[in-house]
Design a protein around this ligand. Structure first.
Ligand SMILES: Nc1ccn([C@@H]2O[C@H](COP(=O)(O)OP(=O)(O)OP(=O)(O)O)[C@@H](O)[C@H]2O)c(=O)n1
Ligand SMILES: C[C@](O)(CO)[C@H](O)COP(=O)(O)O
Length: 248
């Protein structure tokens, strides 16, 4: 997609907020997850490049670990990034939700579409980013990329240290595993972050809670979230496959 698109909101500017302030507890001991290397390059840099690869995105706000903003600024300065994109770094908060809110607070005027993208999804392809932006440009208030599930999902009654009774089996064909970047009309997302106080696991659920419509576009298997140690192995394998296929 290019900025010559004929979407109703094609001229509207798009910013990406990248929450990168998490510790990465499930990945095990070490540096904050976003700063850990994938094939020698910090995961965050991969994620920033993935957003900046979209010609629609002209500003990237990185939400750094609370005491890590100077280090993240230095990292951005030390890596090659597209010159047409502006980069801002702000310190994050205790939860993902707080971190996204701090990123939104740092957005200057003039950006009416916002993507929120996990630093922990460093390998999302640019076509996925572009299709999210395109759907918001076409008029959607909130857009999520998602994939059908491979596993059957059970709802259980959580029970610590005991077998958990199953209470329901949702129809798998109606379920989607949701990724990022999630794309939003900026005003709607800011309003949602100012209004919803309950903890949620993604930004789109805040829009849902306020009665807004969220739509799904196809996600991508390479947009998986690096969460546990095995995901690092998979991410490096994806990078190796890209190098072999594309020569970079
Ligand atoms: N206080 C927080 C917590 C999470 N995140 C970000 O939100 C994204 C998704 O979170 P997750 O994958 O859960 O990362 P962590 O919180 O680091 O992982 P864990 O729960 O294993 O500690 C990540 O890019 C992470 O850096 C954030 O910006 N601020
Ligand atoms: C936003 C998200 O990536 C969508 O799948 C996910 O909900 C983040 O969850 P986490 O537990 O904060 O990693």
């Amino acid at each position: 997609m290019s900025d010559e698109s004929h979407s109703p909101r094609a001229a509207v500017r798009t910013a990406a907020v990248i929450p990168a302030a998490g510790r990465g507890v499930r990945l095990g001991p070490g540096a904050p997850k976003a700063l850990r290397a994938l094939n020698g390059t910090p995961m965050l840099i991969h994620a920033v490049r993935a957003m900046a690869a979209s010609r629609a995105v002209s500003l990237v706000v990185v939400v750094a670990p609370p005491d890590g903003a100077p280090e993240v600024r230095s990292l951005l300065d030390a890596h090659a990034l597209p010159e047409r994109t502006e980069f801002v770094v702000v310190p994050g908060g205790e939860t993902r939700q707080e971190s996204v809110k701090l990123g939104l607070d740092a957005l200057p005027d003039g950006y009416d579409i916002v993507l929120v993208h996990d630093a922990a999804r460093p390998l999302v392809p640019v076509d996925t980013v572009d299709s999210v932006v395109e759907a918001v440009r076409e008029g959607a208030v909130a857009v999520v990329p998602a994939l059908p599930l491979a596993d059957t999902v059970k709802e259980v009654e959580p029970a610590e240290g005991a077998p958990e009774p199953v209470v329901a089996t949702p129809v798998r064909a109606r379920l989607r595993a949701v990724q990022t970047p999630q794309g939003f009309d900026r005003k709607a997302l800011v309003h949602a972050h100012e209004t919803v106080t309950e903890d949620v696991t993604d930004d789109a659920s805040m829009i849902e809670q306020l009665g807004g419509t969220v739509v799904v576009v196809p996600g991508h298997e390479e947009a998986f979230k690096v969460t546990r140690p095995l995901d690092l192995v998979l991410a490096e394998a994806v990078l190796a496959r890209r190098r072999a296929n594309d020569g970079f």
